[in-house]
Design a protein around this ligand. Structure first.
Ligand code: ADP
Ligand code: MG
Length: 736
């Protein structure tokens, strides 16, 4: 079918209310309406949906839209019905997936057969069902749209085996044009998709993937947690996502951030659906600034003002990386993308692949290698990324990545590149990067020996530089298009025509020195608190200051008529004598000093410390001090939130599989570190009112310390749990 330009624009306006097309939508739509196959590569937010929605509304018959996410399907259909202005939009789009009831399915069928439905969204597993195939055979199909088409390829970051069966099912249902759409596809994935769908002749529509407002940076991962906290504190109020590879890491990091006064929420597939939804909402509604997540987070989320995306762990592929970093700065504003990188993480990821089928391992290894070369490179990151996605970036300096802003030294690599090419040619283009690098660096291992390559004339010519240097030369050769990597053959390196010209008539080429990264330093086991060198004396802190602080505490205790331990416990004073805090902010970072306590009691302490520091010319640790998370406290946030919701303690125990005494331990540690919580709702149930008052008065007026044992002895016949509950109330109310 053909359609005039006027008619197309009037339909665009009529159905969607838009006056013009975005990017190359118009070309794509005209091509599809004309009966051609189309392969659409457009970045997220580029407007892919319209490329099939509008043609579906123009053409006779029903368009079948295959999409992987059941949850999103309903949203899309609802949005479309909302959006499209026709006389009766309820029949115009339907979805078919496992969430529908029998009656609902009947309605869908009725509409389809009556020809009322223009778009049918299906999940791939529903499409392949026999009864659905039979039904779809009986209706007129306008075309097939395959959204998120990278799911077809094993080389995509989101491979779904059921996507592989789409092509045979489509053949059974009946032939019609195909449009495949994705926001992420390397040339390899693209060719996989086209081959698998039998659409190698399709016209390819590719938009630029460049995101000029994103800033890319790779940092050495040796002190990542501290740097993350510092970064977030320097960017107050901005929204950000932090990606980790394991659920455990997500939980730990989220908690560490919270303990350090950053509003963060965890998100991973191990959390129940309700918690996930709450945490996601908190982030979207800006009740939390940061979401710490496994890659499960982010698909289908559209928060336009995410200001940073941090990869705490190295990503498994550049495709995933690009997708994840792509969630920053969708509104065109600031978007900082920072990745922490070290070799140990790479080795960990390689270990995960052990035991998987060989082909999967090879793919995984190759994807990881691309990440390594990206991370270690000194070239413009934007250029490398776009090059990876088959796009040329003409400038040499993008001005918006670490390598462009802080360039590393360059050298003329003409001779080195010649060695590489001589070697490749002598080995008939049959080897991969690492093997070639090993030969040039003179590495002796069993693989080299098995090929007899330790006898090769070029073996060890670059012994002084090491294998990593040579691998880097090869990688830069790839980026300069002098070399090419055969991805179909697991990455064998060959020479391009441009490279052959260079080889015939060499010329100077500037290459960059490699960056060095920590070989194995990982902050997993490191204690995040760095204790600066203690002051004059040995032991923990400054003993003179400690004595002074104790005097301040005594005076305050007398004046306020409060036990000294309630003001600040000894460990808090010790921290002060180590860190010399001179602002409330800093004071708040000492253990046991919550914001409330700092405000209530802090002024005098700060004054004392400040004058002490000035008089004695003390160099204060001015770096950010990171509070540690006690190991056993993984449940604290849950407990605080549950208490906020007035959940009975018994239920909290059940949810976290603890007994009451363990729960009280946790709550005690929460309040004694300065967090204020209100447990009156539970005390009212568990403790007699008169008893409550007696115990409370005891702590206020008689107790010499916070010891429970002492309290039990002094108080006589009370239940330990009652005493503990009231003590929690006391500390929380009076102290915090
Ligand atoms: P993608 O699937 O490529 O990530 P969507 O199809 O979800 O992107 O579209 C992204 C946004 O762009 C949507 O809010 C959509 O309404 C809007 N959009 C699409 N086409 C146009 C257009 N021609 N004019 C204005 N807005 C558009
Ligand atoms: Mg989309």
């Amino acid at each position: 079918m053909t359609i005039s330009r006027d008619e197309l624009y009037s339909k665009l306006k009529k159905f969607f209310g838009f006056d013009s097309f975005k990017g190359n939508q118009e070309e794509i739509i005209t091509h599809l309406i004309g009966g051609g196959d189309a392969f659409v590569l457009m970045p997220t937010g580029g407007g892919k949906s319209l490329c099939y929605q509008l043609p579906a509304l123009c053409l006779p018959g029903t368009a079948i839209v295959i999409s992987p996410l059941i949850a999103l399907m309903k949203n899309q259909v609802d949005a479309l019905r909302e959006f499209v202005h026709t006389d009766d939009s309820t029949h115009i789009a339907h979805f078919l997936n496992s969430s529908l009831s029998k009656t609902q399915i009947q309605q869908v069928r009725a509409d389809l057969i009556a020809g009322r439905t223009k778009l049918l969204y299906v999940a791939p597993e529903s499409l392949t069902k026999e009864e659905n195939v039979a039904m779809l055979r009986s209706i007129k199909i306008s075309f097939y749209a395959i959204d998120e088409a990278h799911c077809i390829s094993e080389w995509g970051h989101d491979f779904r085996p059921e996507y592989r069966r789409i092509s045979e099912t489509v053949a059974q249902i009946g032939k019609a044009p195909i449009i495949a759409l994705t926001a992420t596809a390397t040339p390899k994935v693209q060719s996989d998709i086209q081959k698998n769908l039998g659409m190698t002749g399709a016209r390819v529509f590719k938009s630029s993937f460049n995101r000029p407002n994103l800033y890319y940076e790779i940092r050495d991962k040796s002190n990542a947690k501290r740097e993350i906290i510092k970064f977030i504190k320097e960017n107050p109020g901005k929204s950000g996502i932090i990606y980790c590879l394991s659920r455990k890491k997500v939980e730990e990091l989220a908690e560490l951030l919270n303990v350090n006064g950053i509003k963060a929420r965890p998100y991973h597939a191990g959390l129940d659906a309700a918690t996930r939804a709450t945490n996601q909402d908190d982030f979207l509604m800006e009740r939390a600034d940061v979401i710490v997540a496994t890659i499960a987070f982010g698909m289908g989320i559209d928060k336009p003002d995410v200001r940073f995306v941090i990869h705490y762990d190295v990503p498994k592929s550049l495709e995933g990386y690009y997708q994840e970093t792509g969630r920053a700065g969708r509104d065109g504003g600031e978007g900082k993308c920072i990745t922490f990188y070290n070799h140990k993480d790479i080795q960990k990821l390689e270990k995960f692949m052990q035991g998987k089928p060989i082909s999967e391992q090879e793919i995984g290894k190759q994807l990881l290698l691309d990440v390594v070369s990206y991370a270690e490179s000194n070239q413009c990151r934007r250029k490398i990324l776009l090059n990876y996605f088959g796009e040329d970036y003409p400038q040499d300096n993008c001005g918006c990545c670490d390598n462009c802003l802080y360039p590393k030294e360059q050298f003329d690599g003409q001779q080195q590149m010649m060695y590489v090419m001589d070697l490749i040619l002598s080995l008939k283009e049959n080897f991969k990067t690492e093997h070639l690098a090993d030969i040039l660096a003179g590495v002796s291992n069993s693989v080299i020996k098995s090929y007899n390559h330790h006898k090769h004339p070029l073996y060890g010519v670059g012994r002084d530089r090491g294998a990593r240097f040579w691998a880097a030369v090869i990688r830069q050769g790839l980026v300069l298009h002098l070399l090419d990597k055969d991805i179909d053959k697991y990455g064998l390196i060959n020479i391009t025509p441009k490279g052959m010209e260079f080889h015939k008539k060499p010329y100077p080429i500037m290459l960059t020195q490699q960056r060095t990264f920590a070989e194995c330093e990982d902050d997993d086991d490191e204690t995040p608190i760095t204790r600066p060198k203690p002051g004059a004396a040995g032991g923990g802190g400054d003993p003179i200051l400690l004595t002074m602080l104790k005097q301040v505490r005594e005076g305050l205790s007398r004046r306020l008529n409060l036990p000294p331990w309630i003001i600040f416990a000894d460990p808090s004073l010790e921290d002060m004598s180590i860190f010399y805090p001179i602002t409330l902010e800093e004071l708040h970072k000492c253990q046991g000093v919550g914001e409330g306590k700092a405000r209530k009691f802090g002024a005098e302490f700060i004054k004392t410390i400040k004058s002490y520091v000035e008089e004695n010319d003390i160099l204060r640790p001015d770096d950010i001090v990171v509070r540690n998370v006690a190991n056993k406290s993984a449940n604290k946030i849950f407990i605080i939130q549950s208490i906020d919701r007035k959940m009975p303690f018994e239920d909290i125990c059940r949810a976290k599989d603890m007994d009451m005494s363990e729960l009280l331990d946790e709550i005690e540690s929460i309040v004694s570190s300065g967090t204020r919580i209100n447990i009156d709702y539970y005390i009212r149930r568990a403790v007699d009112m008169d008893d409550m008052e007696d115990i409370f008065t005891y702590f206020k007026e008689e107790a010499h310390s916070d010891s429970i044992d002492e309290a039990m002895r002094d108080l006589g016949d009370y239940d330990e749990m009652e005493v503990r509950l009231v003590r929690i109330k006391f500390i929380s109310e009076i102290g915090n």
